[in-house]
Design a protein around this ligand. Sequence first.
Ligand code: BTN
Length: 265
Amino acid sequence: MESNHLSLEEIQKRLVYPHLFRLAYFSTLDSTNTWTLQKARQGEASGWVTIAESQQQGRGRYGRRWEDVPGKAILLSLLVKGLPALFNPLMLNYWVALQIAEALEFVIQTAGVIQLKWPNDILIQNKKLGGILIEGNFSGQQPRYFVIGIGLNINQDVGDFPHYLQGRATSLQLITGFPLKREVVIAQLLNRLAPLVSGQLQIDTSGLLQQYKNRLLYLGKNIEVRLGNQRINGRFIDLTDEGFLILQTEKGKQIIHSGEIFHEG
Ligand code: BTN
């Protein structure tokens, strides 16, 4: 039976490169990203991982709250330093999203079921399973560090989600019908994220974009993109080589650098 408390030992023994990571565990924290950003400023090295059972002020994209039920989700932030200057943060998002997809599919032993929603929502059966919040600090073009925040719904029941998320969010347990050992998921994830810390990361951007597009929900569909108060409707026809969304609107093609896909138009 899955315990409601994560065991760092259970994670560590499954790590292929345990020396790369330093795991810090909290039963509650304001936000693992905020804590890890603070660690980065204090000079902590690459590979620091903050894990919490619950967040008082979990942060999502666009300043939204990231909700949780203690002991049922994965709430984790990884500190990464020393990535090359040319590294495009959007590509980092995509690469991380793909590692998450592969880790989850490995754990549930089902290939090809994890979907991605541009830019970096993790979905299954068209419902949100998790999200990524990457926060960076730069000196000019040179990234000083990135904090990669990952929130994944693992063992929640339907009633664990707030009303406004019911029908839109899901958990791995709801999909598979059985609780999962969160330590296994975290270890699988960190094993795949290890190249970020070891300095071995090599990204072939066109291959990465192709893999990302293979999982991309709404590609080829009519969508509405919202950015602040602005709403743009069109057909999501492709991504640029830099990973921006290309929207075919009535007025022609528009390149969308950031925003949120709301629904099929
Ligand atoms: C999204 O809006 O989809 C991104 C959600 C990211 C949530 C995670 S949970 C762990 C980390 N700490 C935070 O405060 N946010 C990220």
